[in-house]
Design a protein around this ligand. Structure first.
Ligand code: CMP
Length: 224
């Protein structure tokens, strides 16, 4: 079975046989970079687990500004909220890179959840983790300045997408500077200024759609 799938919260809780059976109820779908997977306000009928690539979840304010709630990578899930609370999609999902996803129909998941409390527990845990992250991010919007939030976002992306190399921790986040700004909840100019400042200090090396973290300790201190 795909490595990313076995890491997903849904599968972690299952033995091999049950995991195979659940996998068989899922359908693989692919999207190309920039393609919309679903739109805020759409009726939701399935959740997705990312196998390859990255997906951003964004909301648009009435005056057209965009904010990113998160970026999901391999092994992470999205589109489950409309299952637990049957209202329209709460965000728009867009492929940041070409991506391969596994879709699971809400009806099929319902059947699984009824038969396996352990699966419900795993999903609740994933939701609790997300709520904690969201609370954290909300606190940061109030209590941290933009450079602090940028440092925190880089560390979070590094934890999830980083690879250690002799030169430092290489993080291909695949986000444009605009998207990075939307993730941090600040203007592109202020986020660029913070990134340039970190680079000048020798904490990071800026790359197109990525960054190499040269001094994580300094970033951790700046994020605190
Ligand atoms: P759903 O409402 O079905 O569709 C949009 C999805 O975005 C939602 O399910 C969640 O999976 C995801 N989502 C919503 N809010 C957040 C958040 N704060 N952080 C990460 N993902 C979120």
């Amino acid at each position: 079975m795909d490595n990313a799938l076995t890491r997903a919260p849904l599968f972690e809780a299952l033995d091999d046989e049950a995991a195979e059976a659940l996998r068989d109820t899922m359908v693989e779908v692919t999207f190309t970079k920039g393609q919309e997977i679903f739109r805020e306000g759409d009726p939701g009928d399935r959740l997705y687990v990312v196998l390859d690539g990255k997906v951003k979840l964004g909301v648009t304010s009435p005056d057209g500004r965009e904010n990113l709630l998160g970026v999901q990578g391999p092994g992470e899930m999205f589109g489950e909220l409309s299952l637990f609370d049957p209202v329209p999609r709460t965000a728009t999902a867009t492929a940041v890179t070409d991506c391969r996803l596994m879709g699971l129909g809400h009806q099929d998941l319902h059947t699984w959840l009824t038969g396996r409390p352990v699966l419900a527990q795993a999903l609740l845990q994933a939701l609790a983790r997300r709520l904690r992250r969201t609370n954290d991010a909300m606190g940061d919007l109030v209590f941290s300045d933009v450079p602090g939030r940028v440092a925190k976002a880089l560390l979070d992306l590094s934890e999830r997408f980083g690879i250690d190399k002799p030169t430092g921790r290489h993080v291909t986040h695949d986000l444009t500077q605009e998207e990075l700004a939307q993730l941090v909840g600040a203007s592109r100019e202020t986020v660029n200024k913070a990134l340039a400042d970190f680079a000048t200090r020798g904490w990071i090396l800026l790359e197109p759609r990525g960054v190499t973290i040269l001094d994580a300790d300094k970033l951790v201190r700046r994020a605190a």
